[in-house]
Design a protein around this ligand. Structure first.
Ligand code: CS2
Length: 489
């Protein structure tokens, strides 16, 4: 039987391995959210930074709820394989950036100690959009979010992101330890400012004397992160064993492309992530908008329309000529809402995205991207749609994405097959549904608090466009609707 990955000694020549001596570098980052994306993105950049310029910047990876991500890495001494998959081949690389991996549920003291340790100068975060507990209408805390509710009840036993960070910042302040820099790496617009607003509001309700400290002394640089990383499958593990000659229960696969644009505001220092290709800029917003609207917005459109049309993977969607027509139309419409970005040509970016989506080696499920639509649609579709409408630009593909999402929230396919909605607001999203009048459904969905900007929600052109599309989905089914829309002038 193949031995497990526990050391980088004796790995086959083609496997890239950490270009530094792991033990020579202490931890400097606590990362919350130990999922595949972090392992494919920030951990890889950190591995590059350690190899190029060293420093005590290894990562203590923390999972808030599930034990598996930490547990699978422990017997491997934190080592795992990332397989870069592109049309030109698959390249395995073993990453050594983790100094430890912990789960809050089982390693509580170790997590809390790591958060207050002076060596921890950055706390980075990938907990997905729904993990923050933000009320999108106010930008403050969502008191109905289970972790926010529990942590307000007992701020000294924090369970969720906001509770943990505010608790740790309070302890550090009391002990005279400089605050860590808080680095959100989720696909949210102005993620740094958003998180700052969230923590300030949480402090206001739990420990008011910390509010000013968070506002004035803590840095929250915003970032744009990008790397398409599908959920791991059995094939990932089989491929890793073939290529690396080791069993690796923590292996992941991802595309070769990666991008990281970061606001350079790290008062207590940072790794030289430039070594991995990260770009530091004074204002991340234009990059974020480009990525959220062109990549993620198109992803959501393809996910809902593609899933309903029976396509399991994004690469299958890309073999459907009608959906490719709509994707191109949407990329153009989304790019028209953006301010020019010096040095970036949106049409080349769009062509590159198309290639990335076509990657034949990535098994990226439309159902995975379709998850948590209530958390994704506002920044990906509704915000640019509102701007397009205001500027009198085309809105038809924004309306299509919205109608496809609404049709998806009915929870069953045209053939009547039921699926799980996987959305924290699933209960609010299911009704009204099939059998209701499309206009009643659209009105109810658009009226859900925190989703749609008022200017869009109340605009009749928008309401009619979405209703007309939804009516077609409901009467004629997804395939016919997509074909007709793609072939109309
Ligand atoms: C995707 C993203 O699942 C989704 O919602 O749109 O995870 C996407 O793959 C990444 O943002 C790419 O960087």
């Amino acid at each position: 039987m193949t031995i497990r990955l526990t050391t980088t000694k004796g790995l086959p020549d083609g496997v890239q391995r950490p270009g530094y001596s792991r033990d020579a570098h202490g931890p400097g980052i606590v990362h919350i959210g130990l999922g595949a994306f972090h392992k494919a993105h920030q951990a890889v950049y950190t591995d590059d930074a350690l190899a190029a310029l060293g420093g005590d910047w290894r990562i203590i990876g923390v999972s808030l709820r599930s034990e598996a991500p930490a547990v699978e890495l422990v017997p491997q001494n934190g080592l795992y394989t990332v397989i870069d998959r592109s049309a030109t081949g698959s390249r395995p690389r073993v990453i050594g950036a983790f100094a430890a991996t912990l789960c809050l549920q089982t390693d509580r003291n170790a997590v809390l100690n790591a958060l207050i340790a002076p060596a921890t100068r950055i706390v980075s975060i990938t907990v997905t959009e729904k993990g923050y507990g933000i009320d999108r209408t106010t930008g403050g805390i969502d008191r109905t979010h289970p972790a926010i509710d529990a942590d307000l009840e007992d701020p000294n036993q924090p369970q969720g992101l906001a509770g943990l960070l505010v608790w740790a910042l309070g302890k550090r302040r009391a002990a005279g330890i400089a605050p860590f820099t808080v680095l959100s790496c989720d696909n949210l617009p102005e993620n740094g400012s958003l998180l700052r607003g969230l923590l300030m509001d949480f402090a206001r309700h739990s420990t008011p004397d910390l509010t000013d400290h968070i506002a004035s002394d803590v840095a929250f640089p915003s970032t744009m992160v990008d790397r398409i990383t599908p959920a791991r499958t059995k094939e990932t593990l089989v491929l890793t064993e073939e290529m690396v000659g080791r069993r690796d229960k923590a292996a992941i696969e991802t595309e070769a492309f990666r991008q990281w644009v970061i606001e350079d505001h790290f008062p207590t220092g940072r790794p030289q992530w430039e070594a991995g290709g990260a770009i530091f800029v004074p204002d991340v917003r234009p990059y974020e908008n480009m990525k959220l609207r062109m990549l993620n917005g198109t992803h959501s459109l393809l996910a809902y329309a593609g899933f309903l049309a029976g396509h399991r993977y994004v690469r299958d969607v890309m073999a459907d000529a009608n959906l490719v027509t709509l994707l191109r139309r949407h990329l153009l419409a989304a790019s028209a809402t953006l301010d020019p970005l010096p040095g970036v040509d949106f049409s080349s970016y769009a062509a590159e995205l198309e290639d990335r989506f076509r990657n034949p080696h990535l098994a990226h499920e439309t159902y995975q991207i379709a998850m948590d639509g209530s958390q994704k649609m506002p920044q990906r579709i509704f915000a640019p749609a509102a701007e397009a409408l205001e500027k009198d630009q085309p809105i038809d593909t924004f309306a299509l994405a919205t109608a496809a999402w609404i049709r998806y929230t009915f929870g069953s396919t045209d053939g009547g097959e039921a699926y799980d909605l996987r959305d924290p607001r699933a209960d609010e999203l299911r009704r009204p549904g099939l059998g209701e009048d499309p206009w009643t459904v659209v009105k109810a969905r658009l009226a859900l608090p925190g989703l749609c900007p008022a200017a869009l929600r109340e605009n009749q052109t928008w309401q009619h466009a979405v209703t007309a599309q939804l009516a077609k989905f409901m009467q004629d089914g997804a395939e016919n609707t997509i074909r007709r829309m793609a072939t109309q002038d």
